[in-house]
Design a binder for this molecule. Structure first.
Ligand SMILES: Cc1cc2nc3c(=O)[nH]c(=O)nc-3n(C[C@H](O)[C@H](O)[C@H](O)COP(=O)(O)OP(=O)(O)OC[C@H]3O[C@@H](n4cnc5c(N)ncnc54)[C@H](O)[C@@H]3O)c2cc1C
Length: 468
């Protein structure tokens, strides 16, 4: 569909009812507005509707239905699979709705659905408060939260979605609803992990917790040839770690950056990465075992403001690269799994492929697996293979290698995948039943209730359950 085939009257009526910019291929803003973070995604929507209000969202949904347009919903535009943009259809773009308001008394924040995590952190930190976000501050709140959300506060305060108190949403038939523990409970259950399947979220309300202003950040780099014993050291650390410590073991190439000595740029290395969210002196003592090992190449560990720690990785994962990420949940990491991870990671075809194993457990595990749509609560680790490069000629080989590695690791996993790191969702079969067990049927039923025609399908799609 191109804009000329959209009914003129319908377009004029829509524009009159819509308060934000309506961008079509002829507009100067179009090329920028259609781009998402991953530049491997190159789609050309017919219309991009940049919403300012929930009424705009309802008008956009109505316009798409009237003209039979596919809908993509854009939060931060960071999903690697590029769900935030579609060919020929309508993008409901929330990126102008970024307001965050904080009530320090009740420790709550209301976050408009186009906000990035940096917006949330900047608004909450002046009150000494935070809610679990992602590890890169430019990532969108909406997609990350709807898919679960794991960041540096995960073991202390759970996933981002575990901290939701209510969600404002416009449904497929244009109704505005609130979902919470007291209203539309089935929808509230599904929104915490079920992705963008159920409507367009306009605002989230989060529980906040005392965090910062200073935390302790840990991130020493060691030579790759020490990977196996370092991994074992870290694995032993995770078995005893307090909830305040959320850490990860990664294999990566030391990035080129002005703050890093030039002779180390591009060196293959292991990184022990994490944050201690309690008083920084606690982290300083706790992380000594991870920092004071032989052969250290580089170390930026130390006290940092929570805001700095949340932004430390931003520069290394910039918009405009070519990205492909896949994940697996692992209940435990056996020696055989550890050996496979290390030996495969040593053969990475591109320095921009980051292999990262995050320690989970803690507050994530203390929520029952059927309490929200997020199922994989018992997994102690999540492996993600985060590929990033800039030369399109490398894409085919790099993607094939990441997929091969992922297949090698599947037997060590619990079968679950993190829906926010989905590759391009090109795997055969539906990942939801395998990954989400009995929660899947419930998700499909909520989908049938709120979006029976699967209007919202540019996502990790849950098909509506068949009728009774
Ligand atoms: C650099 C980088 C770092 C990351 N780090 C982490 C991390 O530390 N932890 C983690 O858990 N994940 C992380 N992720 C993954 C991230 O959770 C997903 O990419 C997520 O989809 C991003 O959300 P978004 O709003 O930016 O995405 P978008 O691409 O805008 O949207 C993603 C999905 O959510 C849907 N959606 C977006 N907005 C709405 C809305 N308002 N209503 C309904 N549906 C909506 C979209 O339709 C789409 O299906 C990272 C991603 C990147 C690129």
């Amino acid at each position: 569909m191109n804009p000329s085939s959209i009914d003129n009257n319908s377009m004029n009526t829509f524009k009159a009812a819509f308060s934000g910019p309506v961008i079509t291929p002829g507009n100067a803003e179009y090329e920028h507005a259609r781009r998402v973070w991953n530049h491997m995604i190159d789609r050309r929507p017919a219309v991009i509707a940049q919403c300012r209000t929930p009424s705009d969202v309802a008008a956009a949904i109505g316009f798409a239905r009237e003209n039979g347009l596919v809908i993509a919903v854009r939060g931060g535009g960071h999903n690697v699979a590029g769900y935030a943009v579609c060919d020929d259809g309508l993008v409901i773009d929330m990126s102008l709705m970024r307001e965050v308001t904080v009530d320090p008394e009740s420790r709550r924040a209301r976050v408009a659905a186009g906000a990035r995590w940096a917006d949330v952190d900047r608004a909450t930190q002046p009150h000494g408060l935070a809610t679990p976000g992602g590890e890169v501050s430019e990532t969108g709140v909406a997609g990350l939260t709807l898919g679960g959300g794991v960041g540096y506060l995960r073991r202390k305060y759970g996933m981002s979605s575990d901290n939701l108190l209510s969600v404002g949403l416009v449904t497929a038939d244009g109704h505005t609803l609130t979902a919470s523990a007291n209203q539309n409970q089935d929808l509230f259950w599904a929104l915490r992990g079920g992705g963008g399947n159920f409507g367009v979220v306009t605002a989230f309300e989060f529980q906040l917790h005392p965090v910062g202003p200073e935390v302790y950040s840990v991130n020493p780099f060691y030579p790759l040839d020490q990977a196996e014993w370092l991994f074992r050291t870290w694995r032993a650390f995770t078995a005893e770690a307090p909830d305040e410590a959320s850490t990860a073991f990664a294999i990566w190439s030391i990035p080129t950056h002005p703050d890093i000595p030039a002779h180390l740029h591009g060196t293959d290395a292991c990184l022990l990465d994490g944050m201690y969210s309690g008083p920084p002196e606690g982290g300083e003592a706790l992380f000594r075992t991870m920092r004071d090992l032989d052969g250290k190449l580089l170390d930026f560990s130390g006290r940092a403001t929570y805001l700095e720690a949340q932004q430390a990785f931003d520069a290394f994962l910039p918009e405009g690269g070519l990205y492909y990420w896949k994940s697996l949940f692992m209940d435990r990491i056996s020696d055989e799994a550890l050996h496979t991870i290390v030996s495969m990671s040593a053969k990475r075809p591109s320095p921009g492929i980051l292999v990262i194993i995050r320690h989970l457990g803690g507050a994530i595990e203390r929520v029952a697996p059927d309490a929200t749509a997020v199922r994989n609560r018992a997994a102690q680790y999540m492996l993600s293979i985060d590929g990033g490069w800039t030369d399109p000629a490398e894409s085919t080989d790099n993607i094939a290698w990441i997929r091969h590695f992922w297949e090698e690791m599947r037997p060590f996993s619990n079968g679950g995948v993190y829906m926010n790191f989905p590759g391009f969702a090109e795997d055969e079969g539906d990942p939801w039943p395998t990954s989400h067990g009995s929660n899947y049927q419930r998700l499909a039923e909520v989908k049938r209730k709120y979006d029976p025609t699967n209007l919202f399908r540019m996502n990790q799609n849950i098909r509506p359950a068949e009728g009774p």
